[in-house]
Design a protein around this ligand. Structure first.
Ligand SMILES: Cc1cc2nc3c(=O)[nH]c(=O)nc-3n(C[C@H](O)[C@H](O)[C@H](O)COP(=O)(O)OP(=O)(O)OC[C@H]3O[C@@H](n4cnc5c(N)ncnc54)[C@H](O)[C@@H]3O)c2cc1C
Length: 390
């Protein structure tokens, strides 16, 4: 795409995708003194198809990055209890204080992503929304040397950069253009329908599991609750296609009569949204002049509610590799991401397969909890990025 007008600035990193992974990476790199361009084709502060429960490691990072006060000031409720419903059995767990974190939370993406973007901007990153990546620039040796970008009016520019980072989601264009290969694939996938409700009492996260169905209740901003239901992916169309609302009500009722009644008393704000499901993957996440972070490099089914937490974790791992700058730092980035993700990935895949009975799903949750503890312990030991290597 040689016709795009060159932009005079040389960046240390161009980051494509300004949501949790990209904005967090931009924030950390900009705070370390790097010259960053962060772009996203969507509008600033827009929503995306995702619920948004954060686990301990994610809250820990937001705390360390000094973003929690603003997140709380935006009306994000503290979650101090999480309750698992297995058929008729209920197991409630209070969130204990660990690594200085004694609550979880679930900010709307309109709140969290926006907060991260504004913090990155404040740290010195140049941020442009409604700007799309259209192609990568390659040097004669095959190294990525920059990006071609197009704004909403159709104006095109080319920018040069030491590295282009794809934080552009599951269907990453950076991954495709760089030829990044998938090396681990999941098999399980759930179809998901969710909506925002007024009039649900806040007593923390609730996760429901019954044969071939799952559901959850997630307190969020504006005194609303995000209520979701999930089914195996192969049942998504038959359950929801002809009657989204009826499918939602029936799936909630199949999980629990208590959940059905709570939904009956609550008021839906806006409309229900759906996600038809997609199996997880791990993808090669670095190469000469490029890297991937967040869902672009590592995606897993939403049913374990862990994608944002992992995206924040990997933003920090990748930022450290970029600041280090050596080839082996990128090898370490991917190795560490995979070491921390492998159990989360496998358990999520098994949960999303719906190929379990109640005893088995409890065991899977035990494994998930152990993997999350390992992750939080490791994230607590991350050393803060310092300065960009000369
Ligand atoms: C239904 C559902 C429910 C979920 N629930 C949870 C949950 O409860 N908790 C949790 O932790 N995770 C959850 N997840 C997972 C979570 O949404 C993802 O892990 C997370 O969004 C990954 O963030 P990201 O920044 O990597 O990518 P994304 O959020 O996918 O953002 C990618 C960005 O890149 C931009 N982009 C793409 N291509 C281009 C381009 N060519 N040019 C410019 N910009 C581009 C897009 O506009 C987008 O803004 C859920 C996911 C789904 C689908």
């Amino acid at each position: 795409m040689p016709y795009a007008k060159p932009c005079e600035t040389q960046y240390d990193a161009v980051i494509v995708g300004a949501r949790c992974a990209g904005a967090a990476t931009a924030l950390l790199l900009a705070r370390a003194g790097a010259k960053i361009l962060l772009v996203d084709r969507q509008k600033c502060g827009s929503d995306t198809v995702s619920t948004h429960a954060l686990m301990r490691a994610g809250v820990l990072q937001l705390k360390r990055w000094e973003l929690l006060p603003n997140l709380m000031a935006a009306g994000t409720p503290r979650v101090t209890r999480t309750t698992f419903h297995y058929g008729e059995e209920t197991i409630g767990i209070d969130i204990k204080r660990e690594h200085g974190v004694d609550y979880l939370c679930a900010p709307r993406r309109t709140v969290l992503d926006h907060l991260l973007v504004e913090a990155a901007r404040e740290a010195g990153a140049v941020v442009h929304h409604r700007v799309s990546l259209t192609d990568l620039q390659f040097g004669s040796d095959g190294r990525v040397t920059g990006a071609y970008l197009k704004d909403a009016t159709g104006k095109e520019v080319s920018v040069t950069s030491d590295i282009v980072i794809g934080a552009d989601g599951r269907q990453s264009m950076v991954a495709r253009l760089a030829g990044a290969q998938i090396y681990a694939k999941g098999a399980g996938a759930s179809g998901y329908v969710y909506g925002y409700y007024n009039g649900v009492p806040n007593d923390g996260f609730h996760w429901y599991f019954e044969k071939d169905v799952a559901a959850g209740v997630i307190p969020t901003n504006e005194n609303q609750h995000c209520l979701f239901v999930g089914v195996p992916r192969y049942r998504f169309a038959e359950t929801f296609r002809k009657d989204l609302d009826g499918g939602f009500q029936r799936t909630a009722a199949a999980n629990s009569p208590v959940l059905r009644d709570a939904i009956g008393r609550a008021r839906l704000v806006g409309r229900l949204r759906g996600f038809a499901g997609s199996p997880g993957f791990l993808r090669q996440s670095y190469g000469p002049g490029w890297a991937l972070v967040g869902d672009a490099g590592y995606f897993k089914d939403p049913l374990t509610a862990h994608g944002i937490t992992d995206a924040l974790r990997d933003a920090e791992l990748l930022s450290n590799a970029v600041l280090n700058g050596r080839a082996r730092a990128f090898v370490r980035y991917q190795d560490e991401r995979d070491a921390l993700s492998r159990d989360l990935f496998d358990v999520t895949d098994a949960v999303a397969s719906f190929n379990w009975d109640i005893d088995e799903i409890k065991d899977l949750h035990g494994r998930l909890s152990a993997a999350m503890k390992v992750e939080a312990d490791r994230v607590a030991k991350f050393s803060p990025p310092t300065v960009l290597a000369a």
